[in-house]
Design a protein around this ligand. Structure first.
Ligand code: PGA
Length: 243
């Protein structure tokens, strides 16, 4: 499978900015990497129009675990699919921290995403305190075991390792730490399910044009989940070209 580069726009950009950014990326993107853009939900449909005819895929930033119903403010996986999404980010650390999402909830969302035909990009990662305490590997292992329901396979699931302390900090994890964690994630998911052996594992956390090439060249790194640097077309495209 080709490397995957995902742009997570988070809660950024006005309508016009989102449309211009999607258009610029769609015009310039090369074919080396598979690219997914994850705009705020309100801009999914206009961004989908910009991406029409390009090879760039669209993703949501979250979905609800239920198929439909009385869940004010939430979005069902099938609604994301209807809006043109093929992917959805689930269990991002900002959702886990700001909305108290548990591994069990993330697993339920992953199942809902699969039921709707979406590829789930499942995020895991330790905090600074967990790493300082020597618990980085065990924290990520616990998150993986709890967040990946039966039914996950290499086609419908992508793992994103994102150390919480590296997100938005400007400083990515060290190459040694990234390589060690990706090896660990690969062995945990392979032991969790045969069908996940060899699944794509992305690194996220302050990926930028300056560090993308060396991170993406590491064994076991199959792409990147990019936040801040995905908000400028040139930076994001430089990362996609670094695969
Ligand atoms: P960052 O965010 O690239 O701004 O560190 C990554 C993410 O949160 O997905």
């Amino acid at each position: 499978m080709p490397p995957l580069v995902v742009g997570n726009w988070k809660m950024n950009l006005a309508a016009g900015e989102a449309i211009r950014l999607a258009g610029a990326i769609a015009r310039e993107a090369a074919a080396e990497a598979e690219i997914v853009l994850c705009p705020p939900a309100v801009w999914l449909v206009p961004v989908a129009s910009q991406l029409a005819g390009s090879a760039i895929a669209l993703g949501g930033q979250d979905c609800h675990q239920a198929g439909q119903g009385a869940h004010t403010g939430d979005i069902a996986a099938r609604q994301l699919a209807d809006a043109g999404c093929s992917h959805v980010i689930l269990g991002h650390s900002e959702r886990r921290a700001n909305h108290g999402e548990t591994d069990a909830q993330v697993a339920a969302k992953v199942s809902a995403a699969h039921d709707a035909g979406l590829v789930a990009i499942v995020c895991v990662g330790e905090t600074a305190g967990q790493r300082a305490g020597g618990h980085a590997l065990s924290t990520v292992e616990t998150q993986l075991r709890g967040s990946l329901p039966a039914g996950c396979d290499t086609r419908n699931t992508v793992i994103a390792y994102e150390p919480v302390w590296a997100i938005g900090s400007g400083a990515a994890a060290s190459l040694d730490d990234i390589a060690a964690m990706h090896l660990h994630v690969g062995s945990v998911v392979g032991a969790h399910s045969d069908r996940l052996a060899g699944c794509r594992i992305l690194y996220g956390g302050s990926v930028k044009p300056e560090n993308a090439r060396e991170i993406l060249a590491l064994d076991g790194v199959n792409g990147a989940l990019v936040g801040g640097a995905s908000l400028a077309a040139e930076d994001f495209l430089a990362i996609a070209r670094a695969v």
